[in-house]
Write a protein that binds this ligand. Structure first.
Ligand SMILES: [Zn+2]
Length: 112
């Protein structure tokens, strides 16, 4: 991975991080809205807790994504970006285009 490719990925990761942070902020607002009102019927209660579940799931998903993005950015600054964390091989450009925060090469990923 050359320097300009790394810079492109850095830009992608930063905008992706902003996107995820925005989503997490919205979810946070959603959580506050859900926990506050008292449901009027049991139907409301059911859909509220269902929504709660979805929000929690999305929250987890986005938090995990944010973590991976931060790790990838750390790697960029540490100069180890694009290297598989399992076998040490270079992660292909194509894979990083699809998943800019990929930690493993496609072979190790499929091997998991
Ligand atoms: Zn690998």
């Amino acid at each position: 991975m050359n320097l300009s490719e790394t810079r492109i990925n850095e830009g992608k990761l930063i905008s992706l991080r902003n996107e995820v942070l925005g989503r997490l902020e919205l979810l946070d607002k959603d959580k506050k809205r859900i926990t506050n009102p008292f449901p009027e019927s049991s139907d409301d209660e059911a859909s509220a807790s269902e929504n709660d579940e979805v929000v929690n799931l999305l929250d987890k998903h986005n938090s995990a994504e944010l973590k991976k993005i931060n790790i990838a950015l750390d790697k960029i600054y540490g100069g180890t970006f694009g290297v598989c964390s399992i076998c040490g091989a270079e992660i292909t450009k194509r894979r990083l285009e699809a998943v800019p925060y990929a930690e493993n090469c496609i072979i190790c990923e499929n091997d998991k």
